[in-house]
Design a protein around this ligand. Structure first.
Ligand SMILES: Nc1ncnc2c1ncn2[C@@H]1O[C@H](COP(=O)(O)OP(=O)(O)OP(=O)(O)O)[C@@H](O)[C@H]1O
Length: 248
């Protein structure tokens, strides 16, 4: 378990643990164009927050800010109560904030095993990473010598998730986990995410279509035009999620 997970501060006796990841009035964009106009969001320890909303609302931009891949131009980003503004992607990963990059970040011309190895660098860690990956996703063990690019989208997503977990993250950022995957595989992936959360991981998931993630989400946040406009338990804000965000 990462240090950050062990040290999430409590705000008082019997109080809820403070958020592990927190955005307060975050502003960010691309060049002169501001895309996030003051985003407020909290991810508590051992919880799943689903960031929902239509195309272009700013979900991916929010994820990039959280991963240290895009600088803030205003507001504050905090991790375990500590200000993270200006942090690099590498430092965010070292602190325990881990994202699966767009395109899943796997090397199609390397085998499953080699992809896991690239994520570790040391033989000792590779053995532990392989053991964890293959027990979580037995199909990856069966295909350990297969080129990653020749596997199905779902198996590639399992590999990407296994690599991300190899860094022992405290917070996992998942952007459109379900993209391009069959509904049955999406359900399997979110079942795995739910197990990881039960083991203590915190997860921020951005999904354009909410149906897949809502069953495991503790909190749903609806994002429109660069702001979080609604946040609450999924059943509390369900009527604000139009059927177009829920998807099939
Ligand atoms: N690299 C970029 N350069 C310039 N503008 C960008 C860039 N990436 C995103 N944008 C713009 O920022 C706005 C928010 O995009 P973002 O990708 O964060 O939204 P989203 O809610 O994740 O939607 P999607 O599901 O389409 O990714 C959009 O208007 C988009 O065109």
């Amino acid at each position: 378990m990462s240090a950050a997970r062990q040290t999430a501060p409590l705000t008082g006796e019997n109080a809820e643990p403070a958020p592990l990841l927190e955005l307060a009035g975050v502003r960010a964009g691309y060049g002169p164009i501001e895309v996030l106009h003051g985003v407020d969001l909290k991810v508590g320890p051992g919880s799943v927050v689903a960031l929902l909303g239509p195309n272009g609302g700013g979900k991916s931009t929010t994820m990039k800010v959280c991963a240290g891949l895009l600088p803030l131009t205003g507001g504050e980003l905090r991790f375990a109560g500590r200000r993270m503004n200006g942090i690099s992607g590498e430092d965010a990963a070292r602190l325990g904030v881990c994202s699966i990059p767009e395109g899943r970040g796997i090397f199609p011309n390397l085998t499953v095993r080699e992809n896991l190895w690239v994520g570790t660098g040391t033989g000792a860690k590779l053995a532990a990473m392989e053991e964890a990956a293959y027990s979580r996703f037995p199909i990856l063990g069966e295909r350990r010598h297969q080129l990653a690019g020749s596997m199905s989208g779902g198996q590639q997503q399992m590999l990407a998730l296994s690599r991300a977990l190899g860094t022992d993250p405290a917070v996992l950022l998942l952007d459109e986990l379900s993209m391009g995957l069959a509904p049955m595989i999406v359900t399997q992936m979110y079942d795995t995410v739910a197990q990881l959360v039960a083991e203590g991981l915190s997860v921020l998931v951005a999904e354009q279509f909410a149906r897949a993630v809502l069953p495991i989400a503790d909190t749903a946040a609806l994002m429109l035009h660069g702001r979080v406009v609604s946040v609450g338990r999924p059943d509390e804000i369900e009527d604000q999620l139009s059927s177009s965000y829920l998807g099939g």
